[in-house]
Design a protein around this ligand. Structure first.
Ligand code: NAD
Length: 499
């Protein structure tokens, strides 16, 4: 029988006060029940936040390099358990093993980066404008951080938030996606094994509208970091604004890949197939628009349709499978709605557009890789995030037009240009209005040691990953030490007031 899992609060695993549980099933085979996870309520969240608050008083005083030692140990444990974590992740989330291994690797990279950052966390020492006076700044922890994560990167995204928060001396309450609770459970188990003290990391499972909402609204949660859809981010942003909380939002995307007529078309083809149909299109950075130069449009499209039509769907744990299922039934229904919308708007369905017929796939949330051509700029299919294996192809006549079409959406996460022209490449870097631009590589492929995030309605100005996220999880404090033995007045005595 599938087990009932618990929340981690303070020093132990506890059943939810609500007494309610949510089922976690394999999206490739819905008969496979992984377990039941707490459907927690505000009372559970409150207990977790109180535990994190108590732990903060001790954890903030642990020297940062010692905090880094624990993060390094956790990185080692993730490495040792990489294969079983990836296997479990494919079972609950659906993406193929090569991708879930990559997801775990991103967590490992993030752990080692955070461990090393614990020996930097630089402040500044700058000259004072007055004599015999020192001026400096340093970083301080803030308090309890509420971390809310989506389903598509079940391990990597929690680590992007948790590790820098911990490195800076904060304590955390993680509310992972209710669709992938098991990977979060494993991560937290390994954190305990690494030796993190009780209460520093707390895990509360449950639905967004109940447990997530309670975490966002809890007055003692000083920092919120959210990754998910733009509509949920808007709800969280309202509360954070009203309650004066520090908030990082990482939200949706509608990423375009541009193929110019001088591009290496074989390379571009590999890039589009990976960018559009990797993770079954369920990546914030997925290639969901393909802007094809008219001179290569027809030949590229027919090769692409052929490749997409031959992708092997199935259980991501089986050898040879290239595309897994969608996360759940509602996700598949949403994709089907967009197929209808595209057809009604006059786009041409080139391949896919339906559930696969094979009976071996009838127990999962599979959908055929789908390509629409002749998609009109500003149509709904071209503008809205589908979050599934649906690629919209737009014909363009020049780089200027491609840039205009790319920028004319409300999102701004990732973009890509395939061209051999170095001038076009640098124009793309400058003019594509996204947080990330790739040249001769698809829209996906971020590395853990660089800042990650988007502009416009993809984010709210913060970045995850790299060096920048440490600013988000710490507060700058400034200190002045005057050893002159007399009153020195800034802006006055040094500019003639005492001469
Ligand atoms: P979602 O918004 O449905 O859920 C994300 C998380 O928010 C879940 O843990 C959910 O339980 C919680 N939540 C839902 N309602 C809430 C509420 N009212 N208050 C507090 N928490 C709430 O998103 P999803 O379907 O899990 O993920 C897909 C979305 O995430 C896509 O839009 C995708 O683009 C985005 N995403 C963005 C990035 C990025 O870095 N920009 C990365 C991955 C995914």
């Amino acid at each position: 029988m599938a087990p009932n899992f618990k929340n981690l609060i303070g020093d132990g695993w506890v059943a939810p006060a609500t007494g309610q549980y949510l089922e976690n099933r394999n999206p490739a085979d819905t008969g496979d029940l992984i377990g039941r996870f707490p459907d927690s309520g505000p009372g559970d969240v409150d207990r977790a936040v109180r535990a994190a608050e108590r732990a903060f008083e001790r954890w903030r005083r642990v020297p940062a390099p010692a905090r880094g030692d624990l993060l390094r140990r956790l990185g080692d444990l993730l490495q040792t358990n990489k294969e079983s974590l990836a296997d479990g992740m494919t079972r609950e989330m659906g993406k193929v093993l090569a991708e879930t291994r990559g997801d775990v690797q991103e967590g490992i990279d993030t752990a080692y980066y955070a461990a090393s950052e614990c020996r930097r966390l630089f402040g500044h020492t700058v000259p004072s404008e007055l004599r015999q006076k020192w001026a400096m700044s340093w970083r301080r922890p803030i308090g309890v951080c509420g971390l809310i994560t989506p389903f598509n990167f079940p391990l990597a995204i929690p680590t992007w938030k948790m590790f820098p928060a911990l490195a800076c001396g904060n304590t955390v309450v993680l509310k992972p996606s209710e669709d992938v609770p098991h990977t979060a459970h494993r991560l937290v188990e390994l954190a305990l094994e690494a030796g993190f003290p009780p209460g520093v990391i707390n895990l509360v499972h449950g639905r967004g509208e109940l447990a997530g909402k309670a975490l966002v609204e809890h007055p003692e949660v000083r920092v919120l970091s959210f990754t998910g859809s733009t509509s949920t981010g808007a709800l969280i942003g309202e509360v954070a604004g009203r309650m004066h909380k520090r908030l990082s939002l990482e939200m949706g995307g509608k990423n375009a890949l541009i193929v110019m007529d001088d591009a290496d078309l074989d390379l571009a083809l590999d890039g589009v197939v990976w960018g559009a149909f990797g993770t079954t299109g369920q990546r914030c950075t997925a290639t969901s628009r393909l802007l094809l130069h008219r001179k290569i449009h027809d030949r590229f499209l027919s090769r692409l349709a052929d490749r997409a039509g031959r992708l092997r769907l199935g259980d991501g744990r089986k050898p040879g499978v290239e595309v897994g299922p969608l996360i759940h039934e509602e996700a598949r229904e949403k994709v089907e709605r967009y197929v209808e919308i595209g057809s009604k708007d006059g786009a041409e369905l080139v391949t896919g557009g339906r559930r696969p017929r094979r009976s071996a796939l009838s127990h999962g949330w599979f959908f055929e890789p789908t390509i629409f051509a002749g998609v009109k700029p500003r149509s709904r299919l071209e503008q809205e995030e589908v979050f599934g294996p649906v690629l919209s192809v737009v014909r363009i006549g020049s780089l200027e037009e491609a840039i205009r079409v790319n920028n004319d959406v409300r999102y701004g996460l990732s973009s890509s240009l395939y061209s051999r022209d170095v001038q076009a490449a640098f124009r793309a870097f400058e003019e594509l209005d996204t947080g990330i631009t790739y040249i001769n590589a698809p829209t996906i492929g971020a590395e853990a040691h660089l800042p990650f995030g988007g502009v416009k309605q993809t984010g709210n100005g913060h970045r995850e990953g790299g060096w920048q996220v440490y600013e988000f999880y710490s507060e700058t404090k400034v200190g002045y030490a005057d050893y002159s033995g007399r009153l020195q007045r800034a802006q006055i005595d040094n500019y003639g007031g005492n001469s």
